[in-house]
Design a binder for this molecule. Structure first.
Ligand code: ATP
Ligand code: SF4
Ligand code: MG
Length: 355
């Protein structure tokens, strides 16, 4: 299980044109990923999704908050001990081509980590087996024909096959968590569904937990089904709840704008009746003391420019009054908005709108 509490990451950048800048990539992100569970993060470009993924795999540091893996707070560990935890959390990046060494065959790509894993297992007194057999097993698991792909170089494979090899390589270390960061966005559309199905399948068959990072609502809905969806705006989670609930009944105006931008499938569905759009373009440079979304929010009210809303259960007002739709353990549908309202913005099936 992974528990992230108040994860914060700030970058100081220096550019000859842009001058000195402070970028708050993550502002106090909390989430819990149960064993075998799924959690998705969705938000527009630059909202902090990849930074979060990298922090979870130890590729990036954070400057505030706690990361607890299987009950152990990682910052309390020595780097070598911490490394052991991070190795069980593997990331699948957006671009499968740059993720693979172009001069190495699939056999070499899988061989090194598998031999290392076999040595580790032998040292721990576990049965290791042959690395070649394991390579064939993993390639079959990810939907590839071992004898056909083992001698090939990355350029001899399609984008979808390359991403399957990347997933097989991630599986060589027997991970407990996979982090998929826009894992299909650079793959030909015809092969995307296969990769998404594979990720779902791995969760079901191997019990691997999944952190699914995307800007695409449809893929979050498909892969993150049954898990929680977190909507991030400028490094801050502004709405969280069960994936279907957030998509079908979003209550935060930013989520509603994000979902309204999803194209509908003409003939099969109609746009939701409450579609809306931001009133302005994103401007990260102007300070916003109140709600971060206020300069663009179509529903901003009197207090939005001055006060910063925090996450509260839907159904409770800022003073904690009302009937909450959240469970006592903090799960449930929560939002950071002074004027939340459930709106229907995703596609409605043709014929179902009036039902
Ligand atoms: N190493 C870095 N140095 C400075 N700024 C950074 C660095 N890494 C990320 N940032 C900034 O942090 C913010 C979040 O970046 P991040 O890559 O996490 O966004 P993202 O949600 O993954 O975006 P995209 O959808 O385009 O991949 C951005 O403003 C980015 O410019
Ligand atoms: S708090 Fe105000 S500005 Fe922010 S999302 Fe809600 S209505 Fe819009
Ligand atoms: Mg990214």
């Amino acid at each position: 299980m992974i528990q992230a509490r108040g994860i914060t990451r700030t970058y100081q950048t220096h550019g000859s044109f842009t001058g000195d800048r402070t970028v708050r990539a993550l502002r106090g992100v909390d989430f819990t990923l149960p064993d075998g569970g799924a959690v998705s993060f969705i938000g527009e470009s630059g909202c902090g999704k990849t930074t979060l993924g990298k922090i979870l795999t130890g590729l990036e540091t954070f400057d505030g908050g706690e990361l607890v893996v299987d009950g152990v707070e990682l910052s309390k560990l020595r780097p070598r001990q911490r490394e052991k935890y991070f190795r069980r959390i593997q990331m699948i990046h957006q671009d499968p081509y740059s993720a693979l060494n172009p001069t190495r065959t699939v056999e070499a790509t899988l061989g090194d980590p598998l031999r290392m894993r076999a040595r580790e297992k032998a040292a721990a007194g576990e049965q290791a087996g042959s690395w070649r057999e394991r390579a064939a097993e993993l390639l079959t698991l990810v939907g590839l024909e071992p004898t056909a792909v083992l001698p090939k170089y990355p350029h001899q494979l399609s984008g979808g096959q390359r991403q399957r090899v990347v997933i097989a390589r991630a599986l060589t270390v027997d991970p407990t968590v996979l982090i998929a960061d826009e894992a299909v966005s650079m793959i030909d559309v015809s092969m995307r569904l296969g990769i998404l199905s594979l990720l779902r399948d791995l969760r079901a068959r191997l019990g691997i937990s999944l952190v699914f990072i995307t800007h695409d609502v449809a893929t979050a809905r498909y892969v993150g089904d049954g898990g929680e969806l977190h909507v991030i705006y400028r490094g801050e989670v502004v709405e969280r709840g069960l994936t279907d609930e957030v998509i079908l009944s979003p209550v935060h105006p930013y989520t509603q704008c994000l979902l309204s931008a999803v194209p509908v499938m003409r003939g099969l569905e109609e746009p939701g009746p409450d579609r809306t759009a931001p009133t302005a373009a994103l401007d990260e440079r102007t300070p916003t003391p109140g709600c971060l979304f206020q300069p663009r929010c179509p529903f901003a009210g009197a207090q939005c420019a001055e006060k910063h809303p925090v996450l509260v259960p839907f159904g409770l007002d800022a003073a904690g009054q009302g009937e909450a739709a959240a469970a006592e353990d903090g799960s449930g549908h929560v939002h950071a908005c002074f004027y939340p309202e459930s709106r229907r913005v995703v596609g409605v099936e043709v014929g179902a709108a009036s039902a």
